[in-house]
Design a protein around this ligand. Structure first.
Ligand code: ZN
Ligand code: ZN
Length: 344
């Protein structure tokens, strides 16, 4: 005689039991959406380097067990009370921006990206390393039909971050833009920069990525292990923007002298180490250093639409949800080509 243990069918989730703990594959009851929320049947979830914040407990206030994941692609599976603008069966995504409070000063200014109480999937609530997740409607992103789930997922953090940082960098078509690092962020940054009409200088360590960087759209490849990359950029006239994607403050510091007049170091590679710069470096040529974090769901939709129009796509390796630990280790190794994506 068949009996069911759960009132509702259980689902699989990959959770972190405590800060610094290992991944556990567990069965949980499928969550139900409250008012103003939807439930998503997750199809794919990218593994982002920032998931280490949840894995190691580096973000204050995380409650455990916690399911990481903020590069989610799926289908609306159930809608909560009062939700009329999203329909069951609709393809949606969720990125780093997992909801805003709508009441803080930044929200009242319309600057939702910098909400003082920003919710982040996988940190503030359970993210996409599971078969079903519940999210507030203001976090939802429409996914265009022509993008597959595994292609769309990494564009919702790595993609939007590079796209949004570049389009707000002040660089104009024809300008020299350098992309430091050819990895999860950098391989997308090179593609977006080339499609925006910049002259793209890709900066990587070693010669092995030279051919790939050119294939992705770089005009020049600068090998930073054996050559002085800042001098190489100055020989090209100086960079209007350097998009710093590799999480190495030392490598970023070494590039500042490669900026041209009014040039900007745009920092998106997250690390806790200090960038070193002298006031003279900034004063001469009126150079600036700026950081950038992801963007709103509307920015994500711009990113996906632009990717659809231009052909920008992430290069991915896929793993089943059950192998979340192995997939996470692959991402952390730095050897993945280039984004790791879990499929459900
Ligand atoms: Zn991310
Ligand atoms: Zn707010």
């Amino acid at each position: 005689m068949a009996t069911t243990k759960f009132a509702i069918a259980p689902m699989k989730a990959a959770q972190i039991p405590r800060a610094g703990g290992d991944f556990e594959i567990v069965e949980r009851e499928i969550p139900n959406p409250d008012a103003g929320q939807v439930r998503i049947k997750v199809q794919a979830c990218g593994i982002c380097h920032s998931d280490v914040l949840t894995k190691e407990g580096l973000w204050p206030g995380i409650q455990y067990p916690r399911v990481p994941g903020h590069e989610v692609a799926g289908i609306v599976d159930e809608v909560g009370a009062g939700v009329s603008e999203w329909k069951k069966g609709q393809r949606v995504g969720v990125g780093w921006h997992g909801g805003q409070d709508n009441t803080c000063l930044q929200c009242r200014r319309g600057d939702f990206r910098n909400c003082r109480n920003l919710k982040i999937p996988g940190i503030s609530y359970d993210g996409g390393y599971q078969q079903f997740m519940v999210v507030p409607v203001e976090a939802l992103v429409v996914i265009p039909e022509s993008l597959s789930d595994v292609e769309a997922a990494p564009l919702l953090c790595a993609g939007i971050t590079t796209y949004n940082a570049l389009r707000h960098s002040g660089a104009m078509p024809g300008d020299l833009v350098a992309v430091q690092g050819i990895g999860g962020l950098g391989h997308l940054g090179i593609q977006f920069a080339q499609k925006f009409g910049y002259k793209v200088a890709a900066i990587g360590r070693g010669s092995e990525n030279a051919a790939l960087a050119k294939k992705l759209g770089a005009t020049v490849y600068i090998e930073s292990k054996s050559t002085n990359a800042a001098e190489a950029l100055q020989k090209l006239g100086g960079a209007q923007v350097i998009l710093a994607t590799a999480p190495s403050s030392k490598a970023m510091s070494e590039l500042i002298n490669g900026l041209g007049p009014n040039g900007k170091l745009m920092v998106i590679g997250a690390t806790f180490d200090p960038i070193e710069v002298t006031p003279i470096q900034l004063i001469s040529g009126s150079r600036t250093i700026q950081g950038w974090a992801a963007g709103t769901p509307a920015d994500s939709e711009d990113t996906l639409r632009f990717a659809e129009l231009s052909g920008v796509r992430p290069m991915i390796e896929t793993y089943p949800l059950e192998k979340a630990a192995e997939a996470f280790a692959r991402m952390m190794s730095g050897n993945a080509q280039f984004r790791v994506v879990l499929t459900m």
